[in-house]
Write a protein that binds this ligand. Structure first.
Ligand code: GLC
Length: 490
């Protein structure tokens, strides 16, 4: 569809203003205010099929979360600027009503003619990623799948006639072909749906904007809308492993604990209950064993927990995943600053040693491709994992999981224990690596995974000292060394 040069100019100048001045602040604030902190309670799922899938998922360790929606068009933070909470800064010249109109109107400009899900899937595969979570709908309510519940969707705009217009379907298919587990991100709150944000009232914060106790039938329509959309995703998009539900403030009132109050967001006096038992029953009938991640709502539908933009301080003994962005933003922002691959590898190692998985966030461009610097970072991560992946995948946490900057995990199927020593990406490789937990069995070998050869080591007063082979010391830029050994019996 035709985009006027005026609207392009507007978008470009807006993107520039946003990326240089406004975005870094909004992103930092969003990371503090819009985030889901780590929850403290966990309930193991009762359904054996779910337990089985959960164990399988725990072997995967490394996934990709893709945020892609209307917000990619101007390259701004995902959805949040629509929300009228006072931590959100918008362009001071725009009024809120006009801003919203402009935002909803982005649907006319979203025409990702270079949409290439195979490139995304290949990049994920090359990174050593083993599962995907894709935004089928973010808080703004714009659907990246061909829902029948609304016209506010990618299949109803300039992209409608593209053979891959039903974007979510092609994303899921491409990643499935590469053998990754498949997860659908779905926002419970929907700021475009008139049953959530009733246009008759102002929208002062992230919550639904009417008293559900006074308008139960309106909320019933929202529940139906949500149920129907999730049902479409669970029935029409092939086999699904994870339903990743974001927007934890949409929850039954009785689950609003002190922990939830601590988020600092407004808590309405009514219950934003969408009837998760009904949704879960329907979803699991269509997708037996489906993992449901109703973020921060402890209980049977939070099959693993999801601390955001951080790694927990300590090892946790239940399933969890840190979702962390590769850049500063979840979605595409021009010239976003990316973490180094060494930093990501260090986070992955720490996460895995503490018993979790790492879900790394990337955002495709408005044209539909992953930016080249992102692809390059992913490939760097993958080349380390190709050599050292044995110490990451299919492992489980071990009690002594850390000694200085050396982390430990154990194999899920053999007696092997792995030590992962983080190296300073800019500094020299040390001549020795030391730790004082997990003493090797007397007379046993310690093998360096990257060469497959045993290394020289000594044990004195429970301190293990490994001599790093000189060739390994000379190789620059290695983010971490992995060693395999058998631990002495107690
Ligand atoms: C937070 C943000 C949301 C983002 C999500 C990804 O909940 O509010 O915008 O999609 O994190 O983990």
């Amino acid at each position: 569809m035709f985009i006027s040069s005026l609207s392009i100019k507007r978008l470009v100048s807006r993107a520039l203003i946003l990326s240089f001045f406004v975005l870094p602040t909004i992103i930092t604030q969003a990371q503090e205010q819009g985030v889901h902190p780590q929850s403290t309670q966990y309930e193991w799922p009762a359904d054996p099929a779910v337990r089985e899938k959960l164990e399988h998922w725990r072997d995967q360790k490394f996934g990709m979360i893709i945020h892609w929606g209307l917000y990619a068009v101007p390259g701004m933070i995902e959805s949040w600027e629509l929300c009228s909470e006072d931590w959100i800064s918008r362009d001071t010249n725009s009024d809120y009503g006009e801003f919203k109109k402009w935002y909803w109107g982005l649907k006319k400009d979203f025409n990702p003619t270079q949409f290439n899900p195979d490139q995304w899937a290949q990049a994920a595969k090359d990174a050593g990623m083993r599962y995907l979570v894709f935004t089928t709908k973010h808080h703004d309510g714009f659907c990246m799948f061909d829902t029948k519940q609304t016209d506010f969707k990618i299949t109803n705009g300039p992209f409608a006639n593209n053979p891959k217009a039903n974007v979510a379907k092609y994303v899921f298919d491409a990643f499935r072909r590469k053998g990754l587990m498949i997860g659908a991100y779905f926002s419970k709150p929907d700021w475009h749906c008139p049953y959530y944000w009733w246009p008759m009232y102002a929208t002062p914060d992230r919550n639904n904007n009417y008293d559900i106790r006074k308008h139960p039938s309106r909320w019933a329509q929202f529940k139906q809308y949500t149920y129907n959309q999730i049902s479409e995703l669970m029935h029409d998009y092939g086999s699904m492993d994870i339903l990743w539900l974001d927007g934890g403030w949409v929850r039954p009132l009785e689950t609003v604990t002190e922990e939830v109050k601590g988020w600092g967001a407004a808590i309405p006096a009514w219950s934003q209950d969408i009837d998760m038992p009904a949704i879960a029953a329907m979803a699991r009938q269509a997708q037996p064993g489906l993992l449901i991640v109703d973020r921060t709502v402890h209980g049977p539908y939070e099959n693993y927990q999801t601390p955001e933009q951080r790694v927990p301080d300590k090892q946790l003994d239940h399933p969890w995943e840190s979702c962390i962005t590769l850049g500063n933003a979840w979605g595409y922002v021009p010239n976003d600053q990316l973490k180094t691959s060494a930093k990501v590898i260090h986070q992955l190692i720490e996460v895995v040693a503490k018993g979790g998985s790492l879900l790394l966030g990337v955002g495709p461009s408005p044209q539909g491709t992953l930016p080249e610097p992102v692809v390059q970072r992913l490939a760097e991560i993958g080349s380390w994992l190709k050599i050292n992946g044995e110490a990451i995948y299919n492992t489980r946490p071990i009690q002594g999981y850390q000694s200085g900057n050396v982390y430990f995990v154990q194999s899920n199927h053999s007696k092997s224990v792995y030590a992962l020593a983080l190296l300073d990406e800019n500094g020299p490789v040390p001549a020795t690596i030391e730790w004082d937990v997990n003493t090797p069995a007397p007379g046993s070998k310690i093998k360096l995974l990257s060469t497959g050869a045993p290394v020289k080591y000594t044990v004195k007063n429970e301190k293990v000292i490994i001599s790093v082979p000189s060739a390994v010391q000379k190789a620059k830029g290695n983010p971490a060394l992995a060693f395999e050994f058998i631990v002495a019996a107690d």
